[in-house]
Ligand binder design. Sequence first.
Ligand code: TYM
Length: 355
Amino acid sequence: MVTTAEPPSTTTAATQPPPAGQKPTRPRVLSGVKPSGSPHLGNYLGAIKRWVDAQDQYDNFFCVVDLHAITEDQDPANMARLTREVAGLYFAAGLDPKKSTVFVQSHVPAHAELGWLLNCVTPMGWLERMTQYKDKAAKQGDNRERISVGLFDYPVLMAADILLYQAHYVPVGDDQRQHVELTRDVAERFNRLFGPTFVVPEALIGESGARIMGLSDPTKKMSKSEDLPGQSIGIFDDPSDIRKAIMRATTDSQRDIVFDESRPGIYNLLTIFEVLSGESRPAIEARFEDKGYGDFKKALAELVLDSLAPIQARYKQLMTSGELEHLLREGAERAAPVANETLRHVKNALGFLVS
Ligand code: TYM
């Protein structure tokens, strides 16, 4: 079954009082993608597709989190292009500006400002425990002279992104679970120290597709910073490259096409099939019962290409129409008052002389 962003049946977030100064009629969601590389199938299946599918259930805020893209080495020549690419994908995938506020994080300065304020209530030890930080620091040889403070502090900025909008839910892939937990801890600590200010949000993680693995090495997550050929499927990749990557995907020497987590290659491919087709696992297994890996991969490649073709076409049209900048300006104009209102409450709670 396709997993959509259904709120859990028991939730602490939904039973909380409305956030300071804001009373959304529907539960609010906030999420984002970092423009540190071209978006891939994992970003789409683990996050963006689920935002689109659940757009009518929520009060939606989605941003391109560009401030997060400078925590590691980056080339300024790519920054604006990748930001437009991710934003263009949001709309091309189906986010409707009438239903969702879509904006660029750095266009709303309150993110950086709340990030600073929350820095001062977040213990270092909490950040030291973040596995993503530890992994990324290890990739830089744990070199203290090289790793930026921003990389260490990144989860606090992410907490600011979420808490500024008093979001109830944060639809993300599995790799962001720990960061949302930290956000909850920061919100609870702030509320305890300075009075009720923030909604304590919950992560919404899909039952399937929350951790799409690489195609060449299915023991590693598909990611933007991939240098292994065929590991990642970019949303805007050429159809022939996508087909090639799927046909060459690593599987195993067994024959049956079944959902078996101990066989990471075929399990990952089947999961992609499941999320894109919306079919149940038993139906998919029955469909490929008498088939070989080659037939299955061919069917998967067609499904992926059919799913991405309309997105690629809408993207092309949007990017040549000049409409994107206008949509993003409007999004920032809608997001800023919500963010500024929360910031005002936070500064009041901290005792600032508010201008
Ligand atoms: P980022 O840009 O790495 O990823 C964006 C979204 O895609 C999901 N994702 C995946 N899902 C399934 N399989 C994969 N292989 C895969 N790779 C990535 C991520 O879980 C995420 O949902 N820290 C965040 C960005 C962020 C954010 C926020 C998210 C900053 N502020 C506030 C939510 C709310 C990140 O680096 O995501």
